[in-house]
Design a protein around this ligand. Structure first.
Ligand code: EPU
Length: 417
């Protein structure tokens, strides 16, 4: 059952609920390592990467349980500062545990992490940043980190990396003195992590800006029972694009419009009407849109790299040209070869993909090479003539919970096989 069979051309109509963001949940779970009490996270879905992260927590001696869609994580009994090899290799986010484990145990051993396959994804910036707080690091494939004490420092990141900013914040919370992070990532997931840590007694200011300042504290002692993470802005974008590519009308519940401004600006008034109100976004399609011109992905608040493949899939059916420039990862165009199997006309030159819209894709046998290209393939298949088989549902389910069921409820002809 690792295939998704999609019979295209059904319009999507209805409502879909979006839950807590995968990329908010992963650092929040890592932050639980700093606590010796249980915390509940509201509105969670059991996406694959979160499940692997929780299994890693279990291997370290922690516990977790779900009550409906509330996830409780308890790291009070954590005793092993050693990341399990096989599980860590499955997700990139295992590297987020280095900072908090180092802060708690003053030592940690780990293998280099895995994750979605889109080229080389080094962890040099993570290690350099932790070194600046006082960590001594040895080993290559197998890493040993040690710090008799962590001391605050002023650290300028060479790139506003999301994960490095998160790792540093978590380690710096329990370091001695002040840490200043310059060129910090500004993503909503960073603000979410800092709100969580501050509610527990951390002293962090500047989250969401270029400069984040952390005054170290001895312990995070303010107990909270529940925390509500931000909703998944990439899942929101994915359902909007799926609807745009088929035609129809959708209401998304649990969305934060502000987090998706750069994306919505690109699709606004292009053969669709979009409205929003509290935590809902409404989209109504009206015909086939025009090519989107130049879309450049870059760190927040710019257009998100995680919606690049889904947008590329949608651009294939537009009237006219779209040029997509990937500004975050070196090699994130694995979807292109798959879309070509469907008849798409796309040229790739370095970090640019030039899409000549055709409005005429046909179903094919496709491979989900990574999570977001898998999501893009579903979008393409929903709008294509005939049947597509997308191999690698497990890859897509790393970040989308029951996407087949949600699409079916919207009227798509989708089944697992
Ligand atoms: N980078 C380095 N060295 C490092 C760390 C990063 O060179 O030590 C480079 C990366 O190779 C990349 C750039 O810096 O070129 C930015 O990567 P970043 O560190 O910001 O990415 P990340 O923290 O590993 C998170 C999300 C990704 C998302 C990126 C960018 C999580 C768990 N993952 O990854 O999400 O694409 O930020 O927004 O938060 C996804 O959900 O599909 C996904 C890949």
């Amino acid at each position: 059952m690792n295939k998704l069979i999609v019979n295209g051309k059904n319009k999507l109509y209805g409502k879909v609920d979006v839950k807590s963001a995968k990329n908010a949940m992963l650092p929040l779970i890592a932050a639980c390592v700093l606590l010796d009490f249980e915390v509940g996270f509201l509105n969670c879905s059991k996406v694959g990467d979160v499940t692997v992260m929780l299994d890693i927590i279990k291997c370290l001696g922690g516990k977790y349980r779900y009550e409906d869609d509330t996830l409780f994580v308890d790291c009070s009994s954590l005793y092993i500062p050693e990341l399990p090899c096989e599980l860590s290799k499955k997700i990139r986010a295992s590297v987020f545990l280095l900072g908090p484990l180092l802060a708690r145990f003053r030592k940690v051993s780990a293998v280099t992490p895995g994750g979605c396959n889109f080229g080389d994804r080094p962890i040099d910036m993570h290690l350099d940043a932790l070194r600046k707080l006082g960590a001594e690091i040895s080993g290559k494939e197998h890493l040993y980190l040690r710090a008799d004490k962590l001391e605050g420092a002023k650290i300028t990141l060479p790139f506003p990396s999301v994960g490095v900013t998160e790792n540093l914040i978590m380690a710096a919370c329990l370091a001695e003195g002040e840490t200043v992070i310059l060129n910090a990532a500004k993503e909503p997931e960073i603000i979410c992590l800092c709100s969580f840590l501050n509610r527990l007694g951390a002293k962090i200011t500047g989250a969401g800006s270029y400069k984040i300042v952390i005054q170290g504290v001895k312990k995070l002692t303010k107990k909270i029972t529940y925390f509500k993470p931000i909703s998944d802005r990439i899942e929101v974008g994915t359902y909007l694009l799926a609807t745009l590519n088929t035609g129809g009308e959708i209401e998304i519940n649990g969305a934060n419009f502000i987090h998706n401004v750069a994306f919505i600006k690109k699709i606004y008034n292009n053969a669709c009407k979009i409205a929003f109100e509290s935590d809902k976004i409404y989209l109504k399609c009206c015909g086939v849109g025009n090519g989107l011109g130049l879309v450049k992905t870059a760190p927040y608040p710019s257009f998100p790299t995680d919606l690049q493949s889904p947008l590329l899939a949608y651009a294939c059916s537009l009237n006219g040209k779209t040029v997509i420039e990937e500004g975050v990862f070196k090699n994130r165009f694995s979807i292109v070869n798959e879309l070509r199997k469907m008849g798409a006309m796309i040229e790739v030159s370095g970090t640019k993909a030039i899409v000549l819209g055709t409005n005429f894709l046909t179903g094919a046998i496709l491979n989900a090479c990574d999570l977001r290209s898998g999501a893009g393939l579903i979008i393409a298949a929903l709008g294509a003539e005939g049947v597509s088989e997308i191999v690698g549902v497990d890859v897509i389910e790393r970040g989308y919970f029951e996407i087949d069921k949600k699409l079916k409820l919207l009227g798509a002809d989708v089944s697992k096989g």
